[in-house]
Design a protein around this ligand. Sequence first.
Ligand SMILES: [Zn+2]
Length: 296
Amino acid sequence: MTENLRVQEFWRGLGLPGIIDVHTHFMPANVMDKVWSYFDAAGPLTGREWPIRYRHDEDVRVEHLRGFGVRRFTSMIYPHKPNMAVWLNQWSAEFAAHTPDCLLTSTFYPEESAAAYVAQAIESGTRVFKSHIQVGDYSPNDPLLDPVWGVLEESGAPVVIHCGSGPAPGRYTGPEPIAELLARYPGLHLIIAHMGLPEYRDFLEMAAKYAGVYLDTTMVFTDFTEEMTPFPRDQVHRLADLQDRIVFGSDFPNIPYPYVDALEGLTRFDLGEAWLRAVCHDNAARLFDVGLPDLA
Ligand SMILES: [Zn+2]
C-alpha cells in the first residue's frame, strides 16, 4: 500500500475529514538548506543519523501533505539572529498567500522592533507564531520580548514554542524559563513543541495548571524518539486528562522516518479513538477556528 493510502486509512478509520498538522516546516530555500545541513551533521551531535525523509522541492512537499489528507498545516520559521524575523515573516506571508491550506505563520526575536512587527503580523492575519528557544538562543524572559508577550496574550494568537531541552539543549531551554514566563503572562496560548521532551513531566504539569497551554505531539511516541527519550509511563494518565490540549504535529519534512509513523505512534498508549480524533483534528480545528468540509 502506498504511504498516502496508509495515512488516509488512519484518519478515515477515525471518521475524520483529514488531519491538521500544527508543526510543519516551510521556509526560504537557503534557510531550509542550512537546516538540512545541520541535520546531516546531527549524527555527531546527537549520536544518531538523521536522514531527512522528505527532502524535496517545496511544491512536491506541499503535494505530499495534500496527498496524505493534511487539510491545514503551518510554515514554522525561526530566526537565529536579529533583523531576520521580518524577512522570514514576509516570506511566510507570500507562501500562505499561494498555499491556502497553510495557516499563516510568523515569528519573532528579542529586538526593539519586535512588538511592532508582531502586532502588524496579527493584523495581517497571522494564525500562529513560532519561537525556537534553542536555535534562537534567547531567554523567553528577555525584557525585549515583554511587549511581544503582552500583544500575544491580548490577541490570543497561539505560539508553537520549542523550549524543551531535546534533542539538543540550549542556554535557555527547559521548563524553568517557561514557568517564569507563564507566571508573568498566564493567559498566553503556548503550544509546547515535542511535548517538551525530554522534560515531558514538567510541561504536562504546566498544561494542567494553565488553560492556555497546549502540547504538540511532534516526534513523540515514535520508535525513533522512544529509543532515546521515552515518554514516562507514569504520565500516560495525564495524556488522557489533557485530551483537549494535545495537538498533532509532525516536523515534516525534517523527519528521519515515514510520516505515517508519527500517526501510528499516537496509538502506542491505547488512549482510544475519541482521543485520536481530538488530537489529530478536533483540538486544532477549535484552536485555529477552522471549519472543514467533510472530504472523507
Ligand atoms: Zn520543528
